[in-house]
Design a protein around this ligand. Structure first.
Ligand code: PLP
Length: 401
């Protein structure tokens, strides 16, 4: 039997990170001490109250098929969350729960995109937006941001990128991979662009909203531009702020007709979300902000340390992230150099590969996020690991010729 994948998969580019992750595992299995700063996974445990609530839900028999959109206690907790954190009044028909933020994105794009439609994605971006859009035959229109601007997008560049085929503008702030956040004036300028383009929807991925530094607070586009409520889809979830990546609970707040279409997509794919995970998520969302405050302070200290290290490495630049848990150093000045083992660093992929092979530090090259030459280093690692990884990176750069 000959096997053939569907064309929507055949045209997807291979993820730049997979080969690197496989090689890191291979090196580790041969006893090499690889430090990985490649993962976007919080290194904290999930809240105890979430674990207890999930267990209790199981004991109480909350184990049947749930409603596709989400169980009422979780929908209600999400509505409370939007009021508390974003000053947004949501109603149940504007909310849905999915298997992680990623499924929310999948549902939204599947519900709305036709072949040749366009999705504007500021670069660098989290890889899934363009890849999922591409699965439905749509085109990702990349709008690069600049390190000098702190990786904040230029609203005029959005204006210039909008065509009659544009269906979505994707915003992800605090940003993965750069940690950039948007100020009120940035959001107001973007809202103005959108008012002049009434056919464009906005996907605002706010999954890192609680992880902001230096006393800065995340602002939601919907809070700043409530008149655009029928065009803004907010994506959020339990993964990052609550360290609940494996529970697979994400949620959305958006226009009721869009949410209805997304529920229809999900009903034909996975149905409702694991009931125990939903019960745990209610407990976490209602469980107070102290843990989040602790994580935010820890990430900020680690960011400070990483920036301190990076600024002492000649040839490396680094904008200071204002949120999330990554740093995104630039390595343009090191392109074309050679390692002691003779590898030529002509791209950030070659740099990341050589750093892994010769200094045993796993990172993700900027190419994976659509803006090169950069590296993404995750601060979701211990102080000792971050220090040792920085030492190895500094030594690696020092040896380049
Ligand atoms: N959005 C961004 C920007 C992310 O970085 C991630 C995970 O890395 C997600 C969404 C997906 O989160 P989830 O684990 O809830 O699917």
């Amino acid at each position: 039997m000959s096997f053939r994948v569907a064309s929507r998969l055949a045209t997807l580019p291979p993820p730049a990170t997979i080969a690197m992750a496989a090689r890191a595992r291979e090196l580790r299995s041969t006893g090499v001490d690889v430090i990985s700063l490649a993962l976007g996974q919080p290194d904290f445990s999930s809240p105890q109250e979430a674990v207890e609530a999930a267990y209790q839900a199981g004991l109480e028999g909350n184990t049947g098929y749930p409603p596709i959109a989400g169980q009422k206690p979780l929908i209600d907790a999400i509505i409370r969350k939007f009021k508390r954190d974003n000053n947004i009044d949501a109603t149940p028909e504007r909310i849905m729960v999915a298997n992680g933020g990623k499924q929310v994105i999948f549902n939204a794009f599947m519900a709305t995109l036709d072949p040749e439609d366009e999705v504007i994605v500021p670069a660098p971006y989290w890889v899934s937006y363009p890849l999922i859009a591409q699965m439905f035959g749509a085109k990702a229109i990349e709008v690069p941001t600049r390190e000098e601007d702190g990786f904040r997008p230029d609203p005029d560049a959005f204006r210039a990128a909008i065509t009659p085929k544009t269906r979505w503008l994707v915003l992800n702030f605090p940003n993965n991979p750069t940690g950039a956040i948007l100020e009120r004036r940035d959001l107001e300028a973007i809202a103005d662009v959108l008012r002049a383009a009434p056919h464009v929807m906005v996907m605002s991925d706010e999954i890192y909203e609680h992880l902001t530094f230096d006393g800065k607070k995340h602002l939601s586009l919907l809070e700043v531009a409530p008149d655009l409520a029928d065009r803004i889809l907010i994506i959020n979830g339990m993964a990052k702020a609550y360290a609940m990546t494996g529970w697979r609970v994400g949620f959305a707040c958006g226009p009721a007709p869009l949410i209805k279409a997304m529920i229809s997509v999900q009903g034909n794919a996975t149905s409702g979300i694991c009931t125990l995970a939903q019960a745990g998520s209610v407990a976490a969302l209602d469980g107070g902000m102290e843990r989040i405050q602790m994580m935010r302070e820890t990430y900020q200290k680690r960011r400070d340390k990483m920036i301190e290290f990076l600024k002492d490495i000649p040839g490396v630049t680094c904008a200071t992230p204002e949120g999330a848990f990554y740093v995104y150093p630039g390595i343009a000045a090191l392109m074309g150099k050679k390692t002691p083992q003779g590898r030529v660093l002509d791209t950030d992929i070659a740099f990341a590969e050589a750093l892994l092979e010769e200094a045993h530090v796993a990172t993700v090259p900027g190419s994976a996020f659509g803006l090169s030459p950069y590296l993404r280093l995750s601060c979701a690692a211990s102080d000792e690991q971050l220090e040792e990884a920085s030492r190895r990176l500094a030594h690696f750069v020092k040896e380049l010729r």
